[in-house]
Design a binder for this molecule. Structure first.
Ligand code: GDP
Ligand code: IMO
Ligand code: MG
Length: 445
């Protein structure tokens, strides 16, 4: 028997590339969909007809009946947000049941993580008024960094499995609350001391509600593979936000490139058969950090309005700019992309000309085609552009790739040859049907 292909879907830029749409599409050809990193900082949008769904923690495969959806050990789970998400989906007629599986070793985002995240960001931003520099990251304030920090600290961490052992949880929280109360006060949070007893009660109750979903997802995944089932890995955040390989320190706190898959699921990398890199036809970024091709002008505003570039999780306006080939080529290299899905191509209709950043000029005047994930160094590069003709046609109703205007086809061809990875999927609108597949592409399995 030939083993079905397992596919990784990963963002090649700074997030919001359209991963949710593509995971939803590829779900049909896979048996299980697994999140391996991040938490409720992710916002994955799926549009099905007149229905729009925004998923933060639950894999985007949940909208297809019968698929197993797994939250792997590498995810940080805010259980209250998760319960909200389950409730909202159920109210809209989406069946959840036991097909949702949560790793007992995933870490729990507690309320004090969110308070810590917000307080630290505020403190870093306030340094400006004292004549300092704004070092805030522009996080989503979902408690992601503090929760992953506790994972590394170990002694102050709470894992999903701990929610099922009330006395153990109480003992842990007694120590943690004493420490966190002092820390939050030092960060300027004026609040009552954290109450271990009420937190224990609240989170043990959540544990009971989630109990039917909690399991050892590592064994589950290995059993699925052994039984010849195919797995779809759903990356959250994106390669340039990866804690090790992104534009540090303006990154998130997990390995969101494909390099995070083995650690975040317990499946060795040899099980990843193909990697679909998701790339917008231009660039966006939310939060702080260097962005060489940023367009702080009318064209940037036009892209923001046409692409409805406002955050799915926080509603913040996204910074917009030209496609940065240097950055995408780097991400494709780090993630091992075997194919690319080019998203939101329709948004570029109506621009007279388009620019692709193919090289950077360094402060010493030399040029490079290498990306640097060092934020200080990246903030000093100057983009060198190649200019291509634009097109005016509306792309949103096309059904075949061959119907694309010549200038749009030329734009894609140029990207493909500069990045060196084939563009197998072109997306021309948010809906499932607004997707052009290369004729030889099968989407999985
Ligand atoms: P994700 O975090 O990578 O899943 O992406 P988000 O959902 O945060 O942001 C992508 C946005 O673009 C969502 O609002 C999608 O509905 C929308 N979208 C996806 N593909 C396309 C496309 O090809 N064209 C347009 N116009 N919108 C798209
Ligand atoms: P999806 O999965 C876009 C960004 C935040 C901030 C930085 C750190 O929807 O593509 P964090 O709250 O993680 O500590 O914030 O990372 N960020 C994202 N930006 N899309 C995302 O996820 C993101 N997840 C984190 O804006 O700059
Ligand atoms: Mg998003």
């Amino acid at each position: 028997m030939t083993q079905p292909a397992n596919t990784a879907v990963v963002g090649l830029q700074w997030g919001d590339e359209g991963k949710g749409k593509i995971v939803d599409l590829l779900t049909a050809k896979h048996d299980a969909i697994v999140r391996y990193n991040g938490g409720a900082n992710a916002g994955h949008t799926i549009v099905i007809g007149d229905q729009k769904y925004a998923l933060h923690l639950i894999p985007s495969g949940i909208l297809t009946p019968g698929k197993i959806c797994i939250i792997g050990n590498g995810v940080v789970v805010d259980p209250e947000k998760l319960l909200d998400e389950i409730r909202t989906l159920r109210e809209r007629g989406v069946e959840i049941g036991e097909k949702l599986r949560i790793s007992s070793r995933a870490h729990v985002v507690m309320p004090y993580h969110k308070e810590h995240d917000a307080a630290l960001e505020n403190m870093l931003a306030r340094a400006v008024s004292a004549g300092g520099r704004d070092h805030s990251i522009g996080t989503t304030k979902r408690g992601i960094g503090p929760c992953y920090a506790d994972k590394i600290h170990r002694s102050t961490a709470v894992r999903v499995g701990d929610l099922l052992r009330t006395e153990h949880l109480r003992r842990k929280l007694e120590t943690i609350c004493a420490i966190r109360t002092v820390e939050l006060k030092a960060l300027g949070v004026e609040a009552e001391p954290l109450d271990a007893a009420s937190l224990t009660e609240r989170y043990a109750a959540i544990g009971q509600t989630l109990a039917p979903h909690i399991t050892d997802t590592t064994y589950l995944l290995h059993e699925l593979i052994r039984d010849g089932r195919s797995i779809l890995f759903e990356g959250a955040n994106a390669c340039l936000l990866d804690i090790d390989h992104g534009t540090y320190p303006y990154v998130t706190s997990s390995n969101c490139s494909t390099l995070g898959i083995p650690a975040g699921t317990g499946l060795p990398g040899t099980h990843i058969n193909r990697v679909l890199g998701i790339m917008k036809a231009y660039s966006t970024r939310v939060g702080a950090g260097p962005f060489p091709t940023e367009l702080d002008n009318e064209i940037g505003e036009q892209i923001r309005q046409r692409g409805r570039e406002f955050g799915t999780t926080t509603g913040r306006p996204r910074r917009c700019g030209w496609l940065d080939i240097v950055a995408v080529r780097y991400s494709a290299m780090i993630c091992g992309a075997t194919a690319i899905a080019c998203m939101l191509l329709d948004v570029l209709s109506g621009l007279d000309e388009l620019k692709l950043c193919t090289r950077y000029r360094l402060p010493d005047g030399t040029e490079t085609d290498r990306f640097t994930p060092d934020a200080e160094a990246l903030s000093e590069v100057e983009p060198i552009y190649e200019t291509l003709p634009g097109w005016s046609e509306d792309l949103t109703g096309l059904t075949e790739r061959s119907e694309l205007p010549a200038a749009a086809q030329n734009y894609l061809d140029r990207i493909e040859s500069l990045v060196g990875v084939p563009i197998e999927i072109v997306s021309i609108g948010p809906e499932r049907t607004q997707t052009l597949m290369a004729s030889e592409v099968t989407v999985g399995g």
